[in-house]
Design a protein around this ligand. Structure first.
Ligand code: F6R
Length: 609
């Protein structure tokens, strides 16, 4: 997803902008550019591809000298990745330059109007409309021009704007797209997320929709769209630079896999009292309110949706409340049957995923109570939900999620137990046992890390693989969905997950000698059934890797390879089972020399639908 950085201060802007853009690389992008005000004009340099292309281009011309500028990493929406479509964009007069995250929904009609007035467009982007519109609205005053222009826009935007007539100020404005303002002794920044500025400061303001900020070297002022000043509180970011860098690992993904025990501990510890009782800080629901819910919906995208699939099994089994899981992109358009007797749980690492945010709004419009599980504090989904539980996973940089998934799972367990106690579907002693077992998960995950070398060796067999099938039943199936996504998104191997019982209904016809099947056999009461399916595919030539618990030693005699993991309560097995499969995906992608942290075509935060 696109990234924004901007700086005005007492030191040259270009190096800071390039550095900030590199910090934003993890969001996924296909072109990058910077605009710096120098010699009373705006100098824009931009390039398709990685930031190193941009650096090379700058090195071949010259590094713009100036103390104020904006920069952008673009992930194509309107128009292909190209130098022309990269941001920043000039206005016709070159008085303004603009960077933009989001989508201007009325760009076609604005463009038609501007073209009729003689504006010439050099790109296919919706953003260029903003640049020319600034010229069109220009009244001699930078601030009031931005306000007039913004009022013409429909859609979502985080905009960073510079004006050559005011060579010490950046103006930014936002709607439905994240933007922060950060202050430091070098000067002041705008950024789409804090990672871009963490090396310089931890003091940030989070901008809300329809707020405008004016930044100069020594001051930051905020206004509403009526031009009235607003007071905002500065926030101290506790994430340190180290937490946002690779910490000695080759990739963020492996670093984040290894951070899972700590992230789970951090997520659990404020929610479990020293007496072993659940205390869900972010939920204001009384037991009586919980008992009134006739149904729970869980809605999310991608891996967060896969957490929801686990949630359905766990919450239904423990609390005996019916749970439906839906992809947020489907939920939002299907006139969902939710009302005031429904709880809608939204799950999102970034808290900005467009479909999940809209699903939340749809649920609220229909009167449902909403609860979100989010990693990014102050993000839109967190802010707009009735209740929010934060996963304290820290920043997740790798595009493929691991520690966010695991911390989301741990919160699902706590919600399930809390609700089960409220509905009296379980006794205190069952809850106590489950909680005690949940607390052992981090240590058991650490034990699984000891299998890393053997998983690495198995992954070498997958280097030239074309197709993989993950099978399992019940919670094993829920984990198969995630394991399959992990493998395919980073290694580009075609992979699918099937409920093992479904194989015979069609998919088994794809099995031929050399096909790889990964059989998940951790749901104790169903292991024998999945093993039968494993035998069926082996009889048709498939090579089978089995993931099971330490006590199922017989699997080794049946399957080609077996990964044995520690045991826990059956409902908590997903937390352990997913870890070797994350490692399998990682090492397979590594042996195929893939761009692990930034897989092609993917973005970390998907803020457009
Ligand atoms: C896959 C992955 C994605 C995200 C999905 C939702 O590894 O990370 O599938 O889970 O894009 O993102 P969030 O959780 O930010 O809403």
């Amino acid at each position: 997803m696109c990234g924004i950085i901007g700086f005005t201060g007492n030191t040259e802007a270009a190096p800071l902008l390039l550095d900030g853009l590199e910090k934003l690389e993890y969001r996924g992008y296909d072109s990058a550019g910077i605009a710096v005000i120098e010699n009373e004009g705006i100098n824009i340099i931009k390039s398709e591809g990685k930031i190193k292309n941009l650096r090379e281009k700058i090195a071949k011309s010259h590094t713009p000298k100036g103390f104020i500028g904006i920069g952008h990493t673009r992930w194509a929406t309107h128009g292909k990745p190209s130098d022309e479509n990269a941001h920043p964009h000039y206005s016709k007069s070159r008085r303004f330059a603009v960077v933009h995250n989001g989508i201007i929904e009325n760009f076609a009609e604005l463009k038609e109007e501007l073209v009729a007035k003689g504006y010439i467009f050099h790109s296919e982007t919706d953003t260029e409309v903003v640049a020319h519109l600034l010229d069109d609205c220009y009244d001699g005053d930078f601030f009031s021009t931005v306000i007039t222009m913004t009022k013409r826009l429909v859609g979502s935007y985080a905009l960073g704007i510079v004006c050559k007539d005011v060579p010490d100020k950046i103006i930014c404005v936002k709607k439905a797209n994240p933007l922060i303002v950060a202050v430091s002794d070098k000067g002041n920044f705008i950024a789409s997320d804090i990672t871009a500025v963490l090396a310089y400061t931890r003091d940030v303001y989070t901008m809300q929709d329809d707020e405008v900020a004016i930044l100069s070297e020594k001051s930051v002022e905020f206004f509403n769209l009526d031009g009235e000043p607003i007071n905002k509180e500065i926030e101290k970011v506790t994430w340190n630079v180290d937490a946002a860098s690779k910490g000695g690992y080759e990739h963020f993904m492996i670093k984040e896999i290894k951070e899972q025990p700590e992230a789970i501990r951090a997520t659990l510890s404020p929610r479990i009292t020293p007496e072993g009782k659940i205390n869900l800080d972010g939920i204001s629901l009384s037991d009586e309110q919980i008992r009134k819910f006739k149904r729970i919906y869980i809605t999310a995208c991608g891996s967060a949706y896969h957490v929801g699939v686990v949630g359905k099994y766990v919450i239904e089994q423990l609390a005996r409340i019916p749970v439906e899981v839906d992809l947020a992109s489907e939920f939002r358009y299907r006139y969902p049957l939710v009302d005031e007797d429904t709880l809608v749980i939204l799950i999102s690492q970034s808290g900005t995923t467009a479909d999940t945010l809209e699903a939340l709004r749809e649920a609220k419009r229909r009167g449902a109570r909403t609860l979100s599980i989010v990693n990014v504090v102050g993000s839109a989904i967190a802010t707009e939900s009735d209740d929010v539980l934060y996963t304290w996973a820290g920043p997740e940089i790798s595009v493929a999620t691991t520690k966010a998934y695991s911390t989301q799972l741990s919160l699902i367990y706590l919600i399930a137990i809390k609700f089960a106690l409220a509905t009296k579907a379980i006794t205190d002693s069952v809850a106590d046992e489950l909680i005690a077992e949940i607390l052992t998960l981090p240590e058991k995950i650490e034990q699984i890390f000891e299998l890393e070398e053997s998983i690495k060796r198995i992954s070498e067999r997958y280097t030239y693989l074309h197709h993989a099938y993950f099978i399992g039943r019940n919670l094993d199936y829920a984990v198969a969905l995630e394991a399959s996504l992990k493998l395919k998104e980073i290694s580009y191997i075609h992979s699918e997950a099937y409920a093992a019982g479904e194989l015979k209904h069609g998919t088994i016809s794809l099995i031929e000698p050399g096909t790889s099947v990964i059989a998940l056999c951790c749901t104790e009461r169903l292991v024998e059934k999945t093993i039968s399916n494993a035998k069926e595919v082996m009889a048709r030539g498939a090579e089978v890797l089995c993931v099971t618990t330490e006590d199922n030693r017989s699997c080794a005699n049946i399957c080609d390879y077996t990964i044995y993991i520690p045991k826990t309560h059956p409902l908590l097995m997903p937390s352990l089972e997913v870890v070797p499969l994350q490692l399998l995906g990682y090492y397979t992608a590594k042996s195929r020399k893939c761009d692990i942290d930034q897989p092609r075509n993917l973005a970390k935060s998907v803020t457009v639908e």
